[in-house]
Design a protein around this ligand. Structure first.
Ligand SMILES: Cc1cc2nc3c(=O)[nH]c(=O)nc-3n(C[C@H](O)[C@H](O)[C@H](O)COP(=O)(O)OP(=O)(O)OC[C@H]3O[C@@H](n4cnc5c(N)ncnc54)[C@H](O)[C@@H]3O)c2cc1C
Length: 391
């Protein structure tokens, strides 16, 4: 690890999507945060693949949005299906946004675009640099970074934990992470396949076997996400095919040609008790984790970060902290709403009772006949329902 400065206004632990977004926006606004990450290099897995309209809006001022557009696939429709029956179609084309679509872009590409922008603004991440511990005093936070003999000390005015679900910053602050774990695993696979439904659509299939999502990715690939009671660590083509055959369309079954990347993960639905404790603040997965249904996770984290950067840049100038409390209050509510929404979607999609499924499908189909309801769902999924200014 190269030598860190001895002091900084802002120390950001974690250079995932949240930490990168925070560092970029702070630099754009004239601050010079120190960004550290425990990994030797940026992550190269595709993980979160959905970028919603609100995220594009908050990334516009820093010049990130147009670059993301060049990297992703614009998808205008989200459709819920039960095998061959379409239950509801959510149309993003009418969103009151300059980004009336959802952008499918693998997370490693999104992070690379953000890192390039950070470099252009004169920033970078110190790697590998592990936040080991810290001591918060009224006027500053003393942080120990490094490994054993190579430990370094840095004093910062503000410490921001963007260090993911197992956040050391959150844990050492003693902030409870409230919630629990889903029983099912989630399987992710980026595949090449023959698929007869439109590439203009993200399809969510409900099934008593569990949910499956099929979404287009750049370069003629598809992302498949599915729940599974038991799944291998890296699901192969045969496993993914079986999932698709059991839950996807009967009349136009997909045929997997190859699996380019796959993973299995367990998910939790948890929200930190607060995203601020004195001079320590939390963004992204450090503050909230939930089901990938609706593709909200990374989006909410990036928005936490950009909005915090704007508040913090002002506080660095005038010392007034009330806007940080306002940020914490708003983002805590957003996180709770997102966890609720994704939990509801997940439970609805994986309903096992036959009678329950009949009622569920009838209710969704009825909602699908009401344009105002469809528009409200699109607005909500795109995360346009928050009252903060995106510019
Ligand atoms: C397999 C998988 C699939 C996923 N799929 C989806 C999906 O389909 N849709 C979706 O919305 N979300 C998905 N997610 C979640 C999504 O990836 C996260 O919401 C997103 O990455 C959160 O960004 P973040 O910056 O908050 O945290 P992270 O991306 O976790 O980044 C945290 C960073 O902090 C660093 N770090 C950790 N501890 C320390 C420390 N002590 N010191 C220094 N650095 C540290 C880590 O190295 C890492 O770079 C998936 C996650 C996984 C693991």
């Amino acid at each position: 690890m190269s030598e860190l400065p001895k002091q900084a206004d802002v120390l950001i632990a974690g250079a995932g999507p949240a930490g990168l977004a925070l560092a970029i926006e702070l630099r754009r606004l004239g601050a010079s945060p120190v960004l550290i990450d425990r990994r030797t290099a940026a992550a190269n897995t595709s993980r979160a693949a959905v970028v919603h309209a609100r995220t594009m809006e908050v990334l516009e001022a820093a010049g990130v949005a147009p670059r993301l557009l060049a990297e992703g696939v614009k998808v205008p429709t989200f459709r819920i299906r039960d095998r061959d029956e379409a239950l509801i179609s959510i149309d993003f084309k009418k969103l009151p946004s300059d980004y009336p679509f959802t952008l499918m872009c693998p997370q490693d590409r999104t992070e690379r675009v953000m890192l390039d922008r950070l470099h252009e603004l004169g920033g970078d991440a110190f790697r590998p640099a592990v936040l080991r511990s810290f001591r918060a005093a009224p006027e500053f936070v003393q942080v120990t970074v490094g490994e054993d003999a190579a430990d370094q000390e840095i004093a910062c005015r503000w410490l921001i934990g963007c260090d993911g679900m197992h956040s050391v910053v959150r844990e050492q602050s003693g902030i409870p992470f409230l919630g629990s774990e889903y029983q099912e695993s989630f399987v992710l696979a980026d595949v090449r396949m023959d698929w007869r439904l439109s590439r203009e659509e993200v399809s969510l299939f409900f099934s008593p076997e569990g949910l499956v999502v099929v979404a287009p990715l750049p370069d003629d690939r598809f992302r498949i996400v599915a729940t599974a009671d038991v799944a291998p660590e890296t699901p192969d083509a045969a496993f993914v095919q079986k999932v698709l055959d059991a839950r996807g369309p009967r009349s136009a079954p997909g045929r997997i040609r190859s699996v380019e990347w796959s993973s299995r993960f367990h998910i939790h639905h948890r929200v930190s008790d607060t995203p601020r404790k004195g001079r320590v603040l939390l963004c992204g997965d450090a503050a909230h984790v939930h089901s990938p249904a609706g593709g909200q996770g990374m989006n909410t984290g990036i928005q936490d970060a950009v909005l915090l950067a704007r508040a913090l840049a002002e506080t660095l100038k005038d010392g007034k902290e009330a806007r940080l409390d306002a940020w914490a209050q708003k983002r805590h509510k957003v996180a709770e709403d997102v966890v609720r929404l994704t939990d509801r979607l997940t439970r609805m999609a994986t309903m096992k009772s036959g009678v329950g499924r009949v009622f569920r499908n009838a209710a969704i189909k009825l909602a699908g006949t009401m344009p105002a309801v469809r528009d409200a769902i699109a607005f909500r999924l795109a995360e346009l329902n928050t009252d903060e200014d995106a510019s």
